[in-house]
Design a protein around this ligand. Structure first.
Ligand SMILES: Nc1ncnc2c1ncn2[C@@H]1O[C@H](COP(=O)(O)OP(=O)(O)OP(=O)(O)O)[C@@H](O)[C@H]1O
Ligand SMILES: [Mg+2]
Length: 593
């Protein structure tokens, strides 16, 4: 596991690359060996050229044997070098892809441990960026580290040869070249700034795409295509500016490098030419040094590019680090208590909750007994869904405690709480998988007979049977899958909850999208399911709550009443108002008991 870094800079980017290479020591060693051999062969090539030129000089004229031998030697070295490049690249790709995919697992694994709050704070686009696009950054860091080793080894090989030929000229030629890279440091910071801008623009664009796909009907009916396009155009222009800015800064630093290094080359020619004229240096050696200085230019530019590229991926590394360094949700303590069945009592002890600054639940006190069916009612935004989330420990109370048989929910094994709970959400959610697998999600190995029993109870069996592939129909939008109506979705979710048959049942508007006939049938199944379980049911239609033992009235986050329908109707103003509206509007006759 990588150590969390607050805001990665160039060094932490390099450290990250080295750390990922160390996770695959075999591949890394092969890779380094290939690159070092390649670097050394570059030096050898120059050495061989000089040796051949010397033999020409010694022989006075080039004999056929000398020519042939020279050709074979150069061909041999060149082939060996190409082979090592090929081998190095192959290993580099294996290494970097492996690191990328492992990082993806790490990020996905981490996301699954994060609290629901984290997902409230981050948009879909943000998360797609961190769990997919940003990982390309990690991959490129690994590749760049490899290239860095390659270039450094090349430079070293060339430097050794040049030093052997003439230490003085080697110093002039080789030291002046990297000097040109100094301005690159200054440009590096600007590149990172622009890369941040680029990442933000890409995230915004992704968000626009998600909104376009999800909201296409609303966009069409409100004729807001132009507005959507205009917004995307603006973000696109911003993206363009930031990408060009990075390219320009990288180009400028390269330009400065070239200027300085060509001055170095000229100095080598002038000083070396004088040495040759004075007979202090053979012309073959000068040629060798010039070749070395020219050859050193490519890896130095390469290193400069690596620097620029690393500078560009720093925002991506930050994105990944942000996810990886996020503290996981509610880690169970070693002393965490098991939960095997529904607790005898569930107590809300002065529970308050806020999303950020907004107080949503305030000082709620209530005790529920095992087997009770508790209806939760109240106006929209009263905090009903939030209360269910607290009972499931998706969030923790900001004040007070939830006690299960007197034990704080925080001291109970979270996995046990999840295993004991079934939930039907207000906005039904299905996986992109077959109907059968969606229903048996909690126990994938369960036989079809159980799946069908749950589907029948949820009054969805007939509709599933009429689908083209029956229970094997893949649900979802896209090719090889089909979408279903919201009411059907809801009944499949209810089937999944019935199938799980957990001792704690949480229903958030579970039947709100059903017609009265379906609702009656599903309600009967839910009623059967509720027997012997502790159930929390949120419903706007009070008729859904006719089996509730007690009703809990929430109003603006406060507990406005707790009692039976009759008790509340007799003395609770909020409940009377709710009841009154439903009777008056006659959308549906409330039938309680
Ligand atoms: N993830 C969230 N982040 C910030 N505020 C939230 C979040 N979810 C809900 N809220 C706010 O908390 C308050 C209570 O929301 P909640 O969803 O619990 O209401 P509800 O009683 O279930 O309403 P409804 O009947 O409309 O479903 C609302 O004011 C809402 O704006
Ligand atoms: Mg709600």
């Amino acid at each position: 596991m990588r150590s969390p870094t607050k805001s990665p800079g160039i060094w932490s980017a390099l450290r990250l690359g080295v750390a990922s290479m160390r996770r695959h020591p075999g591949l890394a060693a092969l890779f380094l060996a290939a690159t070092i051999v390649e670097g050394a062969l570059q030096g050898l090539m120059i050495w061989a050229l000089r040796a051949i030129l010397l033999r020409f000089g010694a022989a006075g004229q080039a004999g056929n044997t000398v020519l042939l031998l020279s050709a074979v030697a150069i061909l041999g070295v060149s082939l060996a070098q190409s082979a090592s490049v090929y081998f190095g690249e192959l290993v580099s790709i294996r290494l970097s892809s492996r690191v990328e995919i492992e990082s993806m697992w790490e990020v996905l694994g981490k996301l699954l441990t994060l609290p629901v709050r984290f997902f409230d704070r981050n948009s879909q686009a943000d998360l797609v960026m961190s769990s997919y696009y940003d990982l390309k950054g990690i991959r490129s860091v690994t590749t760049e580290i490899g290239r860095l080793v390659l270039y450094v080894s090349r430079i070293a090989g060339l430097a050794v040869v040049a030093w052997i030929l003439s230490p003085k000229l080697a110093l002039i030629g080789l030291v002046s070249v990297p000097l040109g890279a100094v301005p690159a440091y200054w440009f590096g910071r600007r590149i990172t700034r622009a890369a941040h801008g680029e990442r933000t623009a890409i995230t915004t664009l992704h968000d626009s795409f998600f909104q376009l796909i999800g909201g296409i009907r609303v966009i069409k009916v409100s004729s807001s295509e132009q507005r959507v396009l205009e917004k995307a155009r603006k973000t696109g222009s911003e993206l363009f500016v930031q990408v060009v800015r990075q390219a320009r800064d990288k180009g400028l630093s390269r330009l400065l490098l070239e200027a300085v290094s060509s001055v170095g080359l000229i100095v080598v020619i002038l000083v070396g030419g004088r040495d040759v004229a004075e007979g202090k240096l053979g012309w073959q050696s000068l040629l060798g040094i010039l070749l070395a200085v020219v050859a050193v230019y490519a890896p130095v530019v390469g290193i400069l590019q690596i620097y620029g590229n690393l500078r560009s991926v720093i925002p991506n590394l930050s994105g990944v680090e942000r996810v990886l360094s996020e503290p996981p949700a509610f880690l169970d303590q070693a002393t965490a208590r098991p939960l095997r069945e529904a607790p005898r009592t569930i107590e809300l002890n002065n529970v308050s909750f806020r999303y950020g600054d907004q107080a949503v639940l305030q000082s709620i006190r209530a005790t529920f007994r095992r087997g009770e069916t508790l209806g939760i009612v109240g106006p929209s935004g009263a905090g009903k869904s939030t209360l269910l989330s607290l009972l499931l420990r998706f969030y923790e109370p900001t004040e007070g405690q939830i006690l299960l048989d007197g034990v704080d929910l925080r001291e109970i094994r979270h996995a046990d709480l999840m295993a004991c709970s079934a939930l039907v959400l207000q906005e039904p959610f299905l996986f992109r998988d077959t109907v059968a697998n969606n229903i048996r999600w909690s126990r994938p190995e369960a036989p079809m007979s159980e799946v069908m029993r749950a589907a029948r109870a949820a009054d969805i069996h007939d509709e599933i049977s009429q689908m083209e592939n029956g229970y094997d129909t893949v649900l979802g939008v896209g090719r090889d899958s089909r979408s279903v109506s919201v009411g059907q979705k809801q009944r499949i979710c209810i089937a999944a909850a019935l199938f799980k048959s957990a001792p704690l049942l949480f229903l958030d508007e579970a039947t709100s999208n059903l017609d009265s006939v379906s609702e009656r049938k599903v309600q009967a199944a839910i009623d059967r399911l509720m027997e012997g379980r502790t159930t929390f049911v949120i419903a706007h239609r009070l008729s859904t709550l006719r089996r509730a033992t007690r009703l809990m009235v929430l109003d603006e986050g406060r507990l406005a009443g707790l009692g039976t329908h009759e008790e509340l109707l007799a003395g609770n103003a909020t409940y009377q108002a709710l009841w009154g509206t439903q009777v008056a509007t006659r959308i549906e006759e409330p039938v309680l008991r």
